[in-house]
Ligand binder design. Structure first.
Ligand code: ADE
Ligand code: ZN
Length: 325
């Protein structure tokens, strides 16, 4: 498909990207082959990831992640992911990292994965200028107990590179309040907070997530079903990490022009644009921008506004922010 505008030259800031979810399928197939693991069931005949719905996507995600075993595997993944980010003009990104997948929430093992990821990110920054930071993320359907261990990993490694704590996974499993201890632990360690909500759950789910004290919401788009909530988000300056291509690919909205990002933006909510799990959803940051321009007639000014909102909402330190503003 071709679109009249191409916004590939614009510098971009991406705040919502799952590291494993950004793994190119060929990269995962390569690792599976090296390790003699049969992952043929998660790919279609063209080699793309295959899943039926969001819950099946979560299973495929976990199956793909099973071949990411060592810190070195994660370093290679980080390199592959940042090549794609740089190709889309991303100058700064934040990625979700889950100790559940990196060493199983053991703090010692987690430090080794983190060191490998960081080293690969530093190399990419030196080569392409793309700056990466990490947000440690617990997985909602793995339950509150594992989330507490994840929060301890986060607190132990909070600092200049690990800048936030969050929660992903099945939004319909459990309640945000079950994770309050983990979010309190992360906040006390100085981490910024975000939570996935308002993707599969409605406005109530977003309200519940706000009780965790987050300043950003992953997705949050279904807040549009309650305009009082939309106005509260706008007034409180809560930032939405909107991933329109993800929502369309997973069927939250049928078509790009049905997506509420434009209405949220017009009503004063701080919206940002990210890819979530780009190869799963056949997207890139360039594709997100071009599709939004096509669906909503957004001009470069709108995208410059969104990029500025994103830089202001980044969890990095002020010095790094000044470089991307
Ligand atoms: N993990 C990876 N992608 C996700 C999404 N879109 N929602 C919730 N958890 C996720
Ligand atoms: Zn996500």
């Amino acid at each position: 498909e071709e679109f009249p505008v191409s916004l590939s030259h614009l510098p971009k800031v991406e705040l919502h990207l799952h590291l494993e979810g950004a793994a190119p399928p060929a990269f995962i197939r390569g690792l599976a082959k090296e390790k003699s693991v049969d992952l043929s069931g998660i790919f279609d005949e063209r080699g793309a990831y295959k899943y039926k719905d969001f819950w099946d996507f979560l299973k495929v995600y976990e199956a793909a992640t099973s071949v990411l075993e060592t810190p070195e595997d994660y370093a290679r993944l980080t390199t592959a992911v940042l090549e794609e980010s740089a190709a889309s003009g991303v100058i700064y990104g934040e990625t979700f990292l889950s100790p559940d997948f990196c060493g199983g929430r053991d703090v010692g093992a987690w430090r080794e994965y983190l060191a490998a990821i960081r080293e690969a990110a530093d190399r990419a920054e030196a080569r392409d200028g793309v700056v990466l930071r990490g947000i440690i993320t617990c997985i909602r359907h793995f339950g509150p107990e594992k989330a507490r261990e994840t929060a301890v990993c986060a607190a132990e490694t909070a600092g200049d590179w690990i800048v936030g704590f969050g929660i992903a996974g099945d939004e319909l499993a459990g309640k945000p309040q079950d994770f309050a201890w983990s979010f309190d632990c992360a906040r006390e360690a100085g981490l910024n907070l975000t939570a996935h909500a308002g993707e599969w759950g409605g406005p109530e789910s977003v309200r519940d997530a706000l009780t965790l004290g987050v300043t950003r919401i992953g997705h949050g788009v279904r807040a549009i079903e309650d305009l009082a909530l939309v106005d509260r988000l706008a007034e409180d300056g809560i930032v939405l990490e909107v991933c329109p291509g993800s929502n369309v690919a997973l069927g939250v909205y049928r078509r790009w022009r049905d997506h509420p990002i434009s209405k949220l933006y017009e009503r004063g909510v701080k919206v940002t644009v990210s890819t979530d799990d780009p190869p799963f959803f056949h997207t890139t940051m360039n594709n997100e921008y071009d599709r939004l321009a096509d669906a909503f007639d957004w001009d470069e000014g709108a995208f410059a506004d969104i990029a500025r909102t994103s830089a202001e909402a980044a969890f990095c330190d002020g010095e790094t922010r000044a470089r991307i503003l």
